[in-house]
Design a protein around this ligand. Structure first.
Ligand SMILES: [Zn+2]
Length: 444
């Protein structure tokens, strides 16, 4: 009996150390429902317009009705899980003329739902979609503006991820949020990022979902597998000292948002190999914006997850037919099975991060003019071990790793520091990892 027990423990620890996959993540993927996403996108599109400056009094039309409905959905999810969500409005008053798109005073109201972590309640990973919509003229707040793909799809995905993940407990907190004022100048993200700073939230990052339902591109490509993860190279908040250090030690493609993007990429490749995630090495589309940016501006990691093949005749358009082309962001253009897949991508990334330990705060690297690379890092409470990652300097992804166990330093013999980039991640007991930390200190 005792022998068996020892063997069992040994097997368990081998299994947990070598675990590449956690079967709960497959359950999560399977639980996401295209049908519920379709119902929610339909509901949102049927509010007529969700323009940020639209009616707030009607029960059936305008952004007021839309945000009350979103809150009621989060409340319902919470009721079904013994009040496991903290649901509230977070709002800021923006005065007329703040920019040209704010043509009257308006409350920018976000709807927030927090699934509080059991071990790190003040550590947050965020999933966002947008509440608001627009037509051709960004100040037109009365015309019909269904915004089915932009961005009822991202909003519905966020609600659905909350439904699925509410069935589990996580060590870190997960926030599901509907942001407002996106089309008027990224106001909702700005407001929530400021709120997070004020309340000293420890934010791992935000997965901003903006248009996750279109598979028929204006370029003629139809794909329900491709999607994009946009991330900026380095934080705009970096200091002059950090910028100078990059010239000598590298890191120009290794900022915190980029590591979060790689995390989503790797989690997708591991658990949803049928999907084709594209790491796009830029903040957002050419000259265009999204709600992860205000979080980046505040020094937080943040990425944009979206379809790969956009259709511009269905974005920010008055509903009309012109030269035989049907313009407008209507329900019929949304592919709900695809929105379900991208929702799953989010849900497994959130779960993996929230089940994983925090990342090491400091990672130091040394090995100048030596035939090896040396790494040491700060210990993470809750980590069972660490992985050292490295890659060719031209590779977009962390292609090599070594699991080094529960230690705080390791030397990679025979690996010359000049020829690779390196990073360290903390590993938790179920095999979930923190995002990789690029070295932030040098030693000799
Ligand atoms: Zn838009």
């Amino acid at each position: 009996m005792k022998k068996f027990h020892i063997l069992f423990v040994a097997l368990l620890s081998i299994a947990s150390l070598q675990a590449q996959t956690d079967t709960r993540l497959y359950d999560i993927i399977n639980s996401v429902s295209a049908e519920r996403i379709e119902n929610d996108v339909t509901k949102l599109a049927n509010f007529g317009t969700r323009h940020t400056l639209s009616d707030t009094v009607s029960q059936t039309r305008g952004i007021g009705a839309a945000r009350r409905w979103i809150k009621s959905e989060f409340d319902k999810i919470s009721t079904d899980c013994n009040d496991c969500l903290e649901v509230f409005y977070q709002k800021d008053l923006i005065k007329k003329g703040d920019n040209a798109r704010i043509v009257h005073d308006v409350w920018i109201v976000n709807v927030v739902a927090i699934k509080r972590g059991t071990k790190y309640p003040n550590r947050f990973i965020i999933m966002s979609g947008d509440i608001d919509s627009r037509v051709s003229d960004p100040t037109n707040f009365t015309s019909d503006s269904p915004g089915a793909n932009d961005n009822a799809s991202g909003m519905a995905g966020t609600i659905e991820a909350a439904r699925v993940l509410s069935k589990y407990n996580f060590e870190s907190s997960i926030i599901f949020v509907g942001l407002s004022g996106e089309e008027q100048g990224l106001y909702g993200g700005k407001g929530l990022a400021a709120y997070a700073k004020k309340h000293q939230w420890d934010i791992v990052g935000i997965l901003n979902n903006d248009m996750i339902g279109n598979i028929t591109g204006v370029d003629g490509v139809v794909s329900n597998r491709d999607f994009r993860i946009f991330s900026e190279p380095v934080p705009p908040t970096e200091t002059e000292e950090e910028r100078n250090a990059r010239r000598f030690y590298g890191g120009e493609v290794d900022g915190i948002s980029r590591q979060l993007a790689r995390y989503v990429y790797t989690t997708t490749k591991t658990y949803m190999p049928e999907m084709n995630p594209m790491l796009i090495y830029r903040l957002d589309r050419f000259g265009r914006g999204g709600h992860h940016r205000p979080f980046n501006d505040a020094g937080f990691a943040g990425v944009r997850i979206m379809e790969a093949h956009e259709n511009y005749t269905q974005q920010h358009q008055d509903i009309r037919v012109e030269d035989g082309i049907a313009y407008g962001d209507k329900l019929e253009h949304v592919n709900f099975e695809y929105a379900k897949k991208l929702t799953s991508v989010n849900a497994i990334s959130l779960a993996s991060i929230a089940w994983g330990p925090p990342a090491p705060e400091t990672v130091e690297i040394g090995g100048i003019v030596e035939p090896y690379a040396k790494l040491r890092w700060s210990k993470v409470d809750g980590a069972v071990g660490y992985k050292i990652y490295w890659r060719d300097t031209t590779s977009p992804t962390w292609d090599n790793f070594r699991y080094v166990g529960d230690v705080t330093e390791h030397t990679l013999k025979g690996i010359v520091i000049d020829n690779f980039f390196f990073g360290v991640a903390a590993v938790g007991k179920d095999g979930h990892e923190s995002p990789v930390v690029f070295p932030n200190k040098i030693f000799r």
